[in-house]
Design a protein around this ligand. Structure first.
Ligand code: IVH
Length: 674
């Protein structure tokens, strides 16, 4: 006879589930959490333990079911009840005015039409079906009529509720709801995911959209569960039990039911405001935590939408107002090779200068020789170049039709262009390296990295000056920076007494440094800012870090075998340990992270707005979080600080109204350093 479960335990499980669901809603949908992450984790842990102890109580709708199901051989097909359409594009102001004109003509009215304007998120379109409030299936768009069944994968996404919620008594749970939205990976999630892939020796994703698509198409949902997928809903398919008169009403209903919508949607605005908001959104683009490639403009009235109808693949009532091209064509004038700080030799295309989205581009990375061969890139080719956010421009493809026959095939050199030592090919990474530790190009790149903003942040030491210092043998490594002779400096090209004094002052100021920055500055291969922060939180003395063993490092979450090996290799070189000792000997003072819980930012909620100058918004967010702070997208009473960069927008007013402390980038830096 099966054991009879104590009704108190069943009740406890039920309570935990509904509490967790409620807090998920506060966190993901309202962006206004009511409990700390630690309290949330405790509840989740308790539920996991109870479900493990009493399997009879487990349920497919439990919020613990985010770990993935058994793998499948292939995806089944799911037919969409209502076709999933795509959107026509508008590229210019006149395109958007034409769209407005066509809408008015279609509706046979001169009256002002109201639109809802939304960020066009760059991810993967999905449809989720909730029956009687329960998530029953999820599919990709496919060809618009039929998509692939990715239910198990979508269920692992934390912002996807298994059950719809009834916020107020009068809100009904629809008998059937087909909710449509975009699955994305944030910029920060992408960075971490690729660091993770790297540490496992796996191939990196090219961009967040590819990463989201690849993660959703995993046959093993346990793999998907580990990916930082998120969802934003933007529309509905077939719905039974609720009807709405406007698109904005639908979005409101989705939100009330617990489905997250984008916080930057502008409801019910006229075409002039649409145009104005487009400009605003374009400005915000780089500081949003996820990629957007334009703005979707939708006629708000459902009746008008129906009147306008659809074409074969796109509705007449909506348009994607794309941001300015971040791709342009230009010509490759030459291909050079650059030696990086780790000795990696990278081919770089010198381009006929071209303006891409407001920035002049004259160089693009070619990554490695394999990439050149794969894309068949030759000197003299006309190519399509892409610039995305703050990443290095790259070549998308060669424009074959522009070939004249006079293009020259590029061959990777056998010897280092700087020190002439024989280059070594790393087959696994398709990279070529210079292994000479005294290679001047390598030393220059190491020093450039060492003095950069996020490392020692030494102002006044540009590329040209570093070149001179290395060439004159004044610097043989970054450690020598702290032993330079002022008199020698003054004699250098374009270096007077004042600049030399300023530089010495900057070097002196930089000596007080956090351990994370110190580790990052060392330039260890694969050790970026994030891993440096992890290491700094594990080791509270540099001696312990210097003596770290491969097995200890490998087992640190976020480090992994590849990075661990690279650290051990670095620390295994007497010369590197010597550099560290010399820096400390010169008065470099490392600040260790004592008790993270006692940091000033612990639990403090930050909202970031406007453009920051010395760091990107996601970098600021990473730092704030690493010190125990939290990031929220919108200002509320719970916000502790609004960090306002350039062109901060409407959040300032909101913050003033809510009596939230507004600080600038400088004050943030002081807080971060304190
Ligand atoms: S509405 C009939 N809204 O853009 C309307 N789409 O080519 C169909 N997308 O496949 C889409 N953000 O994946 C809509 N706020 C948004 C969107 C959005 C991103 C994607 C979606 C769709 C593609 C349109």
């Amino acid at each position: 006879m099966p054991d009879i479960i104590n009704p108190d335990i069943a009740k406890k499980v039920e309570n935990l589930r509904s509490e967790i669901q409620r807090h998920n809603y506060r966190y993901y949908v309202m962006d206004d959490p009511q409990i700390s992450d630690a309290q949330y984790d405790k509840m989740m842990q308790e539920l996991i333990e109870l479900e493990a102890k009493y399997p009879e109580l487990s349920s497919p709708d439990s919020p613990t079911m985010k770990v993935g199901a058994a793998p499948v051989k292939k995806f089944e097909q799911i037919k969409h009840s209502v076709k999933m359409l795509s959107l026509d594009n508008a590229f210019s102001d006149s395109d958007i005015l034409n769209f407005d004109r066509r809408v008015k003509e279609g509706l046979m009215t001169d009256e002002q039409i109201l639109y809802t304007a939304e960020p066009k998120m760059d991810g993967v379109a999905v449809e989720l079906v909730y029956k009687e409030g329960r998530l029953v299936s999820a599919s990709t768009r496919g060809d618009g009529e039929t998509g692939e069944d990715i239910t198990s994968n979508v269920k692992t996404i934390r912002s996807v509720p298994m059950l719809l919620q009834q916020n107020k008594k009068e809100h009904i749970i629809p008998a059937r709801l087909e909710a449509r939205g975009e699955v994305i990976i944030s910029k920060e999630g992408f960075k971490r995911l690729n660091e993770d892939m790297l540490s496992q020796g796996l191939a990196l994703f090219a961009n967040p959209r590819n990463a989201a698509a690849g993660s959703l198409r995993q046959l093993d949902s346990k793999v998907t569960a580990k990916r930082p997928l998120e969802i934003y809903f933007y529309g509905v398919g077939e719905v039974e039990g609720i009807s709405c008169k406007s698109h904005w009403d639908w979005l409101y209903v989705l939100k009330e039911l617990g489905l997250r919508i984008n916080p930057h949607i502008k409801p019910k605005i006229n075409i002039d405001a649409v145009y104005k908001y487009y400009k605003e959104l374009e400005q915000m683009r780089s500081i949003l935590p996820y990629d957007i490639d334009g703005m979707v403009v939708k006629v708000d009235s459902v009746q008008f939408q129906n009147q306008l109808g659809t074409k074969a693949r796109s509705p007449r009532w909506a348009v994607a107002y794309k941001f300015k091209a971040i791709q342009e064509t230009t010509k490759i004038l030459d291909i050079l090779v650059q030696v990086g700080r780790t000795g990696a030799v990278t081919p770089v295309a010198c381009l006929e200068s071209v303006n891409i989205g407001g920035v002049n581009v004259s160089r693009a990375t070619l990554h490695n020789e394999d990439e050149i061969v794969k894309k068949d890139i030759r000197i003299g080719d006309t190519v399509l170049v892409q610039r995305a956010g703050d990443v290095i421009p790259e070549i998308v493809k060669v424009i074959d039709s522009a070939r004249t026959g006079s293009e020259i095939i590029f061959c990777m050199p056998q010897n280092c262009p700087s020190c002439n030592s024989q280059l070594v090919r790393d087959e696994k990474e398709a990279s070529v390296r210079c292994l000479n530790d005294t290679c001047p190009a390598k030393i220059k790149a190491q020093i450039e990295h060492f003095v950069s903003k996020r490392a020692f942040d030494i102002d006044g030491l540009g590329e040209k000056l570093i070149d001179q210092l290395v060439e004159k043998n004044y610097l043989a490594s970054y450690a020598d920076l702290f032993y330079m002779d002022k008199a020698k400096l003054e004699g250098l090209e374009r270096m007077g007494l004042k600049s030399a004094e300023n530089l010495f002052e900057a070097i002196d100021k930089s000596k007080n440094i956090s351990f994370a920055r110190f580790i990052y500055a060392l330039g260890i291969r694969h050790v970026g800012e994030h891993i440096a922060e992890i290491l700094a939180s594990k080791y509270t003395e540099y001696e312990k870090f210097c003596g770290a063993e491969y097995d200890d490092l490998k087992n640190i979450k976020g480090v992994g075998p590849v990075v661990a090996k690279s650290i051990v290799d670095f620390l295994g070189l007497e010369d590197n340990l010597d550099k560290i000792k010399r820096m400390l000997g010169a008065g470099v003072n490392i600040r260790y992270e004592e008790n993270r819980k006692n940091t000033t930012l612990d639990g403090k909620v930050f909202v970031l707005t406007g453009t920051l100058e010395t760091m990107t918004r996601s970098e600021a967010a990473i730092k704030i979080k690493s010190l125990g702070g939290k990031i929220s997208e919108s200002v509320s009473k719970k916000t502790d600080y609004l960090v306002a960069g350039k062109s901060p927008g409407s959040k300032i007013e909101k913050a003033k109204a809510a009596n939230v402390k507004i600080i600038d980038e400088n004050s943030l830096k002081i807080l971060l350093e304190s």
